[in-house]
Design a protein around this ligand. Sequence first.
Ligand code: IPE
Ligand code: IPE
Ligand code: MG
Length: 224
Amino acid sequence: MNPLKHVAIIMDGNGRWGLKNKNSRNAGHKEGLKTVEKIIKETIKNKIKFLTLYAFSTENWKRPKKEINFLFNLLENFLKEKIEDLNNKKIKLKIIGKKNFSSRLTSLLNSSERITSKNKRLQINLALNYGAKTELINAFKELKRNKEIINEKNLKKYLQTKDIPDPDLLIRTGNTKRLSNFLLWQIAYSEIFFEKKLWPDFNERDYYKVIKKYKNIKRNFGNI
Ligand code: IPE
Ligand code: IPE
Ligand code: MG
């Protein structure tokens, strides 16, 4: 059985769910938060140490301002309400992506990271204003600035996931088979599952089924 340390998820399909069920994309974003909570619980139950959630990409700024504002308000309220609970559950929160938000949100993100920084049960990386291309370009710039040799070990030092193992498992919900600029370096050998369900319909049982399938895959890493 394959060990499972790190799961990464592209939480896609909120907008479509909202339009279909409540005639509003934003209602789908709100509903999607319930799935986030279910998946966190199940991740802990399965003793997985790292969970990386793609919440907002560098390309998502192209969306209408009203939707963007709704999303960040949702995040702000979620953190205000739940950070204590996350902390009690011994969850460490880390933001990956560039924190160039309003000063209010940035300081809330910083304090959420600070409060939970010593926790060891599960680390949640929340990818916010994250894009793999930007991450890689920044890493190469750092290598150049420090006049370091370009190799895997040195490059990894400048990735935002530098301290953690690469994802073993990548899940994308929402019935779309693409990576949308998520963790391009780190998923070189991840097992990838594209799920038909929209994110708000995805639940802990669906997640557990994927975990079970993953555990029985023969992972080769180039070997036979
Ligand atoms: C994913 O759901 C969540 C974010 C990008 C914030 P979408 O909003 O992309 O939902 P669809 O793909 O339009 O249904
Ligand atoms: C990917 O979903 C980003 C997140 C889930 C945050 P998108 O809905 O933005 O992806 P594309 O644009 O359809 O590729
Ligand atoms: Mg989408």
